[in-house]
Design a protein around this ligand. Sequence first.
Ligand code: WT7
Length: 681
Amino acid sequence: MNDSITTRAAGAAPATAQINLRLLADGHGIIESHHGDDEQRFAPPADFAAQANVGAEAYVQASRDRLGFWADQARQLHWHREFTEVLDWSEPPFAKWFADGEINASFNALDRHVLAGNGDHVALLWEGEPGDRRSITYAELLDEVSRLANVLTDLGVEAGDRVAVYLPMIPETIATLLAVARIGAVHSVVFGGFSADSLRARIEDAEAKLVVTADGSWRRGKISPLKPVVDQALAAGTTVEHVLVVRRGGNEVDWQSGRDIWWHEAVPQASAEHEAQGFPAEHPLFILYTSGTTGRPKGILHTTGGYLTQTSYTHRAIFDAKPETDVYWCTADVGWITGHSYVAYAPLINGVTQVIYEGTPDTPDWGRWWQIVERYKVTVLYTAPTAIRSFMKVGRETVLAHDLSSLRLLGSVGEAINPEAWLWYHEVVGSSRAPIVDTWWQTETGAILAAPLPGVTSTKPGSAQRAIPGVALDIVDDAGTPVDPGSGGLLVVNEPWPSMLRGIWKDPKRFVDTYWETFGDRYFAGDGARFDEDGDIWLLGRVDDVMNVSGHRLSTTEIESALVDHHAVAEAGAVGIADETTGQAVIAFVVLKRNQHLVSKSEAEAVLRRHVADLIGAIARPRRVYIVAELPKTRSGKIIRRVLRDLAERRPVGDTTTLADGGVITAITAQIEQASTVKPG
Ligand code: WT7
């Protein structure tokens, strides 16, 4: 066991970090968080604190014996074989947690509760967008998962094989993840909003053997087709042998006999007997692709024992999960990490009843979520600032029309929550009573790393507060030196944590380069942050070329690649600009090839916005595409996105000393002015 950190010789700080600190100093892309002596604090209500799962002693215990603390949390799980080692950090940055233990994720989520006599406890309260409902107990879910595990095995899926999942928010999706994990296979969920191209790239990278999908699903009162997208993704031939299809939308789909299998024909008739075997703690659990600073998404790899330990611990500690009484609802889609950690795994591991809703919050109207909270008496709600800001726009009457008195705790994730939205969430949704936990983490971190403890922390609107017990966070300058309170710096994690990513699928070098090269054996998260005088953390936004639109991560390079993929485009620059509701919005600047000037600019804009949506998915569709004559570049020809951001946000352009040709600013400004008189195509 070795928990020591061997810091590499501090060489020259990499260029990226230097540029980015300047970015922080300029205040670009940052939600300015108001704080100072007059800031408001909200102490935990006494009754909440009195019954909270975790108290202040957790910080003391974890700081006294960090590894012992995590070992205690791990022992809350069922181990097929007990571990004797906690952490092996002998080959950083490749950590091993509980490595000689054996565990089964699905057994922990299901069998354990049924064996304890809680089979009749409700696991899922599901509501479809059209209003259909299902209530599924732990015993029923175990039955379904066992049958599916047998089907997967019959289809030739073995431990270590990858299974791509392209499904909406339906109970079968949860069953799929648990069945895949049960047999030691590795799931790779692709968000249903991604295009056929994005799906194909992810299937190919993971070399998936099977795809699980649905015919279609309900979205804004219509069927959004899924199986046709899978067909298109597989058209050119891949490693996929079978496609298992849930009937949900009832929409007509093409069928490739031999390859395609209906869920309802295969699963119900399979045996419900399936013994879950233990797999090594470091056995891969899933891959989840996320955008980085290059055009190619990274397959973030998570393994089993440490991931289950930290997701379930944080769910108990930060969401105060109470299996007998809570009705928990996390609104995230399973296509994102939040939907993995805090929908598919932690709540079930902790034996909680949870709500799952298929559709959009505005269908049939903006009252839908609040109607759901009222109907199921939701006690803990976990959602994103972008959703809260949408409800603020709609107006509090829509929320207040419902009885929300069951809510006792509220959570936020995806981006920094601006104090105004925090206060509204607190007052309108939480009746000025329910504590709010703002949770900072990432796809890579697997579980929450910073948040308040709701029974302990006096919360401050806009601050993610503290590293959780057992996690060591710091804020440093680009030489790796801790910065003073009040100064912006880069957020790093000083020591390995149980649910940390174990690598990037098939690309160990990129894993090392992306997260570990900058500061030796400290993990560099890509976020700017500062500590205030009380030691509370304020997140300041990404310091790399990653955008955050509605709490979803998008890469500027990926969008630029999609644009230049179009035959008419010579060059493209994409930036995220501040947006009141979505946090950031994508704005692109495009130089067309010479012979393309015949089409009108608004037509070109329409075509290119659609092209990006077709190539990546609707979430990446730029808000505007400005057709310009040239882009701001350095003398060496590198596009200066900072200048584009200033121009798009219509503020004075900052430092222009690196600009090769100053005239470009006037030219682009004129082009933006002209374009703004035309509606985006
Ligand atoms: C990035 C990670 C974690 C699940 C959702 C997004 C930003 C996330 C917060 C927060 C400030 C936040 C960061 C982070 N972020 N939560 N509470 N306060 N920023 O997961 O797609 O991996 O994105 O989202 O910039 O690096 P993701």
